[in-house]
Write a protein that binds this ligand. Sequence first.
Ligand code: IPD
Length: 264
Amino acid sequence: MELAARLARAAGDLVHEGRPDHVDVAATKSSAVDPVTEMDLAAEALLRSLLAEHRPDDAILGEEGDFHPGSSGLTWVLDPIDGTVNYLYGIPAYAVSVAVVAGGPDPATWTAVAGAVHSVTDGRTWTAGRGLGSYLDGRPLRANAARPLAESLVGTGFGYTLARRTEQGRLVAEVLPLVRDIRRIGAASLDLCSIATGGLDLYYERGLKPWDLAAGALIAQEAGAVVTGLHGAPASEQMLVAGPPASVAALVAFLEQHGAASGA
Ligand code: IPD
């Protein structure tokens, strides 16, 4: 947990100090609106070099590079900038997410061991260790108690491909009339940390990659939230729903009825 936090802060400092006034897109990935900046690449390179120094036998799964196999059974799961579009535009919600999992690299089968999410612009760091609780800058966290859906502030997010977005737009139109309101923060790790700190009551998203959810899901769970998928499946790229158990059960039932895990 401490190493995860140290790594996340080190990469966060690099990202913060290296942000020019106008950030250029170095490349695009799944679609023309899925950007990678030079700082995504530089921050991931820094994280990989620190891991080579401190944990040479562990595997590494990072958003911006190839899977690096290891021999220890542990995998570090890295998102060097979660919220790249916010970073690009200077919107302050972006973070470095670092987790270590046993049995990776598939979120449906791994066990998260520890994680840290460092919010770059305000310097806050969330940490969690399995069975050790979750913390914001060292202060123990407790997720909100369950509320009816009509009183719940719900976070969600959108993927980068047209087919996925069309499906997500359909679903969000069904959810919005049911709930207090919807927030799209733009960084899945910060959405999950908001569940841990009570800044959101519920969060759901389809299409998250392992690096988007690894640290944040553990932080939310260790604060007492449930993090799950639909139809009894664990949270995965298919769907992630997070929040207090009773509220999650209500949102999961609604999403299942509306076919949320089918389609793009
Ligand atoms: C994205 C953010 C966003 C979520 C997308 C993710 P990236 O990650 O977490 O909030 O809605 O699904 O891909 O691309 O900024 O690392």
